[in-house]
Design a binder for this molecule. Sequence first.
Ligand code: GLN
Length: 290
Amino acid sequence: MAGWVTTGRGLTTVSSNGETSVRKLRILHLYPEIMNLYGDRGNLIALRARCRWHGIEPIVEEACLDDPVEFTDLDLVVMGGGQDREQRLVARDLAGPRGWRLGNAVEEGLCLLAVCASYQLLGVSYVTAAGETLPGAGIFDLTTEPGRGRLVGHVAVAVGKEGRVLAGFENHGGRTFLGPGGKPLGRVIRGYGNNGCDGQEGAVYRNAFGTYLHGPVLPANPWFADHLLALALERRYGTAGLRPLDDSRERAAHAAVIRESLVDARRRRRERRRSDREEQATFPENQEAI
Ligand code: GLN
């Protein structure tokens, strides 16, 4: 029977029939050069660091448009945000074998985190600001279309029954709407989320997570980083076995983002009140109606 041992170097090892080996996780950063906005690369830095602190050996690889990828060997795939121009290239890539191979791997339980532009492209379709429809990989049941103005600011999102809070930064022109098979990642507390209307943020399908949260999201939300690692470990080794870490710095970063989300929310309220007043001044008949 397999068991868990912590060695002198702090590495957790699995012991099976007397043999021990360090647990490893294979993590792929997909499209690192072209899909990497607002520090999304920091998600990889956080995952690598937390793996080491948990005594897991991270094997981090990168793959861009033409690099071969064997999704079945992987434990976790991470994709970042990008602009419409780059999204066109990635959409074309995902429309080929890479898209359905990634979809099959997600069906088999592969753990995945997709931020903003990547999240949009893992839906059914993405309509660019210029009105061009890009096909998505169809992993999440959602569509994205352009709206008036960009949705920008710090965000706080309640996730799961316990309402654990994810904090981050969003900047997107696309409005995402979940289809009947779509499940949101969380409920917006402050900020816009998927579309600024229905209070939903992100999407979850099996072990795949899509979100609009940059920041980067994982360094300031260590519980979410560990959730991804735990899912990947459970899938590969049958158990996660993660111990709590000293996350005081990460918690301070989280609190700072939450404070910024409050500042942004107040600023938006002030702007709304001012624009309502201006509208009333421009159309005096509105005042009579009130
Ligand atoms: N181009 C997309 C949009 O504006 C995604 C932007 C991003 O990744 N931040 O909606």
